[in-house]
Write a protein that binds this ligand. Structure first.
Ligand SMILES: Nc1nc2c(ncn2[C@@H]2O[C@H](COP(=O)(O)OP(=O)(O)O)[C@@H](O)[C@H]2O)c(=O)[nH]1
Ligand SMILES: [Mg+2]
Ligand SMILES: [Zn+2]
Length: 353
């Protein structure tokens, strides 16, 4: 995104102008960009509903949808961003407005990018709903990866077990135990069915007045749940009966959807899978919330929490204070980071040729 080469001075000035715009609020100022300004209406508050190419669809405070260009001063703009927009007064212009400035984000959902470091996928999200199910198989390994990603972004995760209608008597005890472990470390857990609509009322309340995003493997029923809480959404529902076990990919760009109760949902293909390879082992251990009180207490500063002597984490596992399953998943993630980093270096090396 920030490919243009700017000097520090230019960047500073751009930032200062940007700040001025934000502070100015709704007042218009014709001294700057006079020509264009004469074709633009007053400044209005808005929210980015979707972002694509060089444009953004912005919903104004009065509920109008405006297709906007972006001022050059805007470094990054994503779905969920709160912005200041001005609508074009000339109805014949190709775009109907311009994004003047972006308000500071209270949270950013990010994913690592091979070339650009970390990429922001969506902004101002209050909670990440991690959807799991029994088809595809229930996996704490996958849930823990999503939990790490959510903790890293500082956005509250909530675990949802979908397709409870398919839960068999044999499966139920192990899954109940796993969910209980998550509750014990402070996470909210919901059970629902996008099919029978069990638990949907509770889910609706969870979404009240918040900006939420659904994440989880393909086929767990994210689209079905979104359709259940917001019938007008009409998201396409994939088919997991094919051999790959992967549902159809139906969404191509992130989109913000309003709920009748006042909350919003961001439907985003960018968060199907959270890659974690950009995180250090220390960061991953911190993202396991119940590990935090033991971190820094191991005998060796570079403790790998394996068979290192004096490992406080391992002691906590032995004393039953940390669940063995979570500890195993932690080590699996650490091992996968190394693998992914190697694969990535290899790929990056190939690209250089
Ligand atoms: N039995 C059952 N099937 C469901 C439920 N929710 C979704 N499905 C089915 O699971 C498949 C994948 O659902 P979809 O919403 O497309 O999953 P997504 O890939 O996570 O968006 C579809 O065939 C749905 O009909 C549920 O609660 N119970
Ligand atoms: Mg879907
Ligand atoms: Zn240790």
């Amino acid at each position: 995104m920030s490919k243009k080469k700017l000097t520090h001075g230019q960047l500073r000035r751009m930032k200062a102008n940007h700040q001025k715009r934000l502070q100015r609020g709704n007042r218009t100022d014709a001294s700057e960009n006079e020509l264009q300004d004469s074709l633009l209406g007053p400044e209005q508050e808005g929210i980015v509903i979707s972002r694509f190419g060089q444009h953004a669809d912005v919903e104004t405070a009065t509920g109008e949808l405006v297709r906007c260009n972006l001022r050059r001063t805007i470094g990054s703009l994503v779905c969920g961003d709160k912005v200041i927009v001005r609508q074009a007064t000339d109805p014949s212009s190709t775009v109907s407005g311009i994004v003047e400035a972006v308000h500071q984000r209270h949270s950013s959902l990010t994913r690592p990018d091979l070339y650009d470091g970390v990429k922001i996928v969506a902004a101002n999200i209050d909670q990440i709903l991690i959807v799991s199910s029994v088809v595809p198989a229930f996996s704490t390994q996958i849930i823990d990866r999503y939990l790490v990603a959510a903790e890293d972004c500082g956005i509250a995760p909530v675990i949802i077990l979908n397709k409870v209608d398919l839960l068999t008597e044999e499966q139920a005890p192990a899954i109940d135990k796993a969910l209980e472990r998550y509750r014990a470390i402070g996470y909210q857990v919901y059970e629902a069915s996008g099919q029978t609509l069990a638990g949907i009322e509770e889910l609706k309340h969870l979404l009240d007045d918040k900006v939420s995003i659904f994440t989880g493997q393909s086929g767990v029923g994210k689209s079905s749940l979104i359709n259940a809480v917001l019938p007008g959404a009409k998201l396409l529902i994939g088919d997991v009966s094919d051999n790959s076990g992967l549902g159809q990919h139906t969404t191509t760009t992130s989109k913000l959807l309003h709920l009748p109760s006042g909350g919003s949902l961001i439907d985003s293909p960018g968060v199907r899978e959270f890659a974690l390879w950009h995180l250090s082992a220390e960061r991953v251990s911190w993202c396991f919330v119940e590990f935090r009180e033991y971190l820094g207490g191991c005998k060796f500063r570079d403790c790998k929490h394996l068979d290192d002597p004096g490992c406080r984490l391992r002691e906590a596992v032995e004393q039953g204070k940390i669940a063995q399953d979570r500890f195993n998943n932690y080590h699996r993630i650490i091992a996968s980071l190394d693998e992914q980093r190697h694969a990535r270096q290899f790929r990056a090396g190939m690209d250089d040729v």
